[in-house]
Write a protein that binds this ligand. Structure first.
Ligand code: PBG
Length: 322
C-alpha cells in the first residue's frame, strides 16, 4: 500500500520536507500617506492599518523594520483633487516627501515601492484623465510618468503603476531613463482585475470613482488568457517585475504568469482579502495565527516572489511567519 502518511508523522519530518517556504523578505507592507503632521487615523474597515502623515509613518516603518518588515508600498491620500491629479504629480507631493524621509531614517535596509496611479488625486476618482465619460489612455501617460518621476527623484527603489492604461510601462521607463533614473525599477500591476475586493482600499485612499466603474481599463475577472497578454506586454515594455492582483481568488493566474515569464512576480493580497480575515478573526470564527500563514503561503506556492500584504507587520511581529 502507498503510505504517504509516513513522512508526515513528526513535526521534524514535516518541517524538513516542506516544499515551499515563506520568508520574511518576501513581504511588503502597504501604507497610506496623508499630508500634514501628527496624523494617525485608523481605518474602520482595515483594523491595524492607519492613514499617517510622514512623521508618524517614519516611526511606524522604523519599528516595523525591527520586526523584520523590510519593504513598504506607499499610497498617497490627497486633499486637493482636480481633473489632472496635480497633487500627485507635482514635485514634493506627500508620497515623494515620505520616500525622502524614510530613506533618511532607514537607508538601504528598507526597500521602498510607490503606487503610481491618478485615482487618489482626480476629482472624479478615475485612474486616468476623464473626457466625455471615458478614461483617456494616451493623455494619462505623461501624468503617470511625472508622478513616477517624482517618486524616483525622491529615492524610491521601485515605482509600481496600478492605473492599467496601455503603454504606461514604456512611457514611465522612457521618462525615467531620460532624466537619469535608469536604476529605478518598475513593478507593473500587470494583471489587475476589476474587483470588489478593493472596497476597503477605496475608503482608505478616498479614491472611489464618482461615476461608472473601472471595467473599461481593469481586467474582467473571467479572463485568464487576457491576463497573460497583459503580463507579456508589460514585460516587453520594460517592466522589471510583474504583479497579479487581487491574489487569493487569482492563484490560477499567479501560477500561469509564473509559467509564462522569467521576471520576478508579485501577488497583491488586497484590502478586501485582509478585511475579511480581520472580521472573521474578531468574531473568533477563524484562527488568524493559522489562517494568515496559510493564505500568504498559498501565494508563495502558486509562484509569487513578493507578497504585498497589510498582514506583514502582524505576521512577523507575532511570529506567524519566521
Ligand atoms: C489604485 C489602486 C487600487 C488598489 C491599489 N491601487 C484601487 C483600485 O484600483 O480601485 C487596491 C489595493 C487594495 O485593495 O488593497 N488604482
Amino acid at each position: 500500500m502507498h503510505r504517504l502518511r509516513r513522512l508526515r508523522r513528526t513535526p521534524a519530518l514535516r518541517e524538513s520536507l516542506a516544499e515551499t517556504r515563506l520568508r520574511p523578505e518576501q513581504l511588503v507592507q502597504g501604507h497610506f500617506v496623508v499630508e500634514g503632521t501628527g496624523v494617525d487615523a485608523p481605518l474602520d474597515a482595515m483594523p491595524g492599518v492607519s492613514r499617517q502623515s510622514v512623521d508618524r509613518l517614519v516611526e511606524t516603518v522604523r519599528a516595523d523594520l525591527d520586526l523584520g518588515v523590510r519593504a513598504v508600498l506607499l499610497f498617497g491620500v490627497y486633499e486637493h483633487k482636480d481633473d489632472h491629479a496635480s497633487a500627485a504629480t507635482k514635485r514634493g507631493n506627500c508620497v515623494a516627501h515620505a520616500v525622502e524621509e524614510l530613506r533618511k531614517a532607514c537607508g538601504e535596509d528598507l526597500t521602498i515601492v510607490t503606487d503610481v496611479c491618478l485615482c487618489g488625486a482626480t476629482d472624479h476618482g478615475h485612474c486616468g484623465v476623464l473626457r466625455h465619460g471615458y478614461v483617456q489612455n494616451d493623455e494619462s501617460l505623461p501624468l503617470l510618468a511625472e508622478m513616477a518621476l517624482s517618486h524616483a527623484r525622491a529615492g524610491a527603489d521601485v515605482v509600481a503603476p496600478s492605473d492599467m492604461m496601455d503603454g504606461r510601462v514604456a512611457a514611465i521607463r522612457a521618462r525615467l531613463d531620460e532624466v537619469g533614473f535608469a536604476n529605478t525599477a518598475i513593478l507593473a500591476y500587470s494583471s489587475k482585475f476589476a474587483s470588489a475586493f478593493y472596497g476597503p482600499f477605496r475608503e482608505a485612499a478616498d479614491s472611489a470613482p464618482k461615476s461608472g466603474d473601472r471595467r473599461s481599463y481593469q481586467l474582467d475577472f473571467r479572463n485568464a488568457r487576457e491576463a497573460l497578454r497583459e503580463s507579456l506586454v508589460d514585460e516587453e515594455e520594460g517592466a522589471d517585475m510583474l504583479m497579479v492582483k487581487p491574489a487569493m481568488s487569482y492563484l490560477d493566474v499567479i501560477a500561469a504568469v509564473r509559467e509564462s515569464t522569467l521576471l520576478p512576480l508579485a501577488a497583491y493580497n488586497v484590502s478586501g482579502e485582509y478585511s475579511m480575515v480581520k472580521a472573521a478573526a474578531a468574531r473568533g470564527w477563524v484562527d488568524e495565527a493559522r489562517i494568515v500563514p496559510e493564505i500568504l503561503g498559498s501565494m508563495a506556492r502558486a509562484g509569487a516572489d513578493w507578497i504585498l500584504t497589510y498582514h506583514a507587520r502582524e505576521a512577523l511581529g507575532e511570529g506567524w511567519i519566521a
